[in-house]
Ligand binder design. Structure first.
Ligand code: ZN
Length: 311
């Protein structure tokens, strides 16, 4: 039976902007947004976001004059959308900035959103993440993949058109699955060798072309652990634009429990009851992933039995 429930909003998923998807096709409307003195600019340089020097850092939204001053060599501009009557535009500074270096006049510095985002206003962090994704895509798609001609920005930065072969190129997002494997009253957590000592988390992997998300869950779990998934349920998703992914989260039931860590990606994997996991976390012998990660949410909802289908 279909059981309605509130959508789970993960870190970086709380984007409040109206994406103005219909209006952005109109060139006059786009020019009006860029000429509007209330429009604010979200600066990105080399994948880093402009934030204040405060602790915790806050997002810096530039006015038009500041954006022009800072972005003399600026690249693409993308109208991200509107909130409370104000338009937000991502601007690709594309200048070599050292992380943490103060940026004159803006009162900010460029920082890695993965580091400063967790302490920020969730709506601001999500807006910066969206700007990251768009500016990265522009940087990587300056030329047509079909004929090699230089592409031109269209539809307020949401399309790049090729004047050579008339193809439209759209922003891409790479799908990845992330899954908490469950059998009876235990869940499986695994660790990769390069992770900090003691950290255990869920299994994850990239979706391949021609593959369903469900098929990807079954393949990744089989490749990494040797287990066979016979049931699964969608949990939630998390944009991860570093540079352009979305993590699609599941709880999945394994038909068996015997592990074969075959593809050398995992250093270790262990089955935990709720009591074992809570005790080991309390003792410090097991560390869970960061609380803002979808991996943590998948584990937390199983521990708390707060995800209806996880018991
Ligand atoms: Zn082309």
């Amino acid at each position: 039976m279909f059981m309605p429930r509130e959508p789970i909003v993960n870190h970086l998923a709380a984007n409040p902007l109206d994406r103005t998807a219909v209006q952005r096709r109109n060139v006059d409307w786009v020019n009006g947004v860029l000429a509007d003195p209330h429009t604010r600019y979200v600066a990105v340089a080399n994948g880093q976001n402009l934030v204040t020097m405060d602790k915790p850092a806050q997002a810096v939204f530039l006015c038009g004059q500041e954006a022009v001053h800072l972005g003399k060599r600026a690249g693409s501009r993308t109208v991200l959308g509107a909130y409370d009557g104000v338009y937000y535009v991502a601007i690709n500074m594309d200048e070599p900035k050292q992380a943490g270096e103060a940026v004159a006049l803006s009162g900010g510095r460029y920082m890695d959103l993965k580091k400063v985002g967790p302490a920020m206003d969730p709506a601001h962090a999500a807006t910066l993440a969206y700007a990251n994704a768009m500016t990265f895509w522009h940087r990587r798609h300056r030329f047509c993949g079909a004929c090699g001609t230089k592409t031109a920005v269209s539809q307020a930065g949401h399309v790049r058109r090729c004047p050579g072969c008339n193809v439209s190129h759209f922003p891409r997002t790479d799908g990845a699955i992330i899954v908490l494997i469950i059998h009876g009253d235990r869940c499986l957590l695994a660790r990769q060798a390069e992770w900090p000592k003691g950290v255990y988390a869920t299994v994850a992997g990239f979706l391949e072309p021609g593959e369903s998300l469900e098929g990807c869950v079954q393949r990744e779990v089989k490749e990494e652990t040797g287990l066979t998934i016979d049931k699964m349920i969608y949990h939630s998703s998390q944009p991860w634009p570093f540079p352009g992914s979305i993590m699609v989260g599941f709880h999945a039931h394994s038909a068996d429990t015997e592990l074969h860590l075959s593809d050398e990606e995992l250093e270790d994997a262990r089955w935990f009851t709720r009591e074992e996991l809570e005790r080991e976390v309390a003792e410090g012998s097991v560390l869970l992933p960061h609380k803002i990660s979808i991996s943590y949410r998948l584990i937390e909802d199983w521990l708390n039995r707060s995800f209806a289908e996880s018991s």
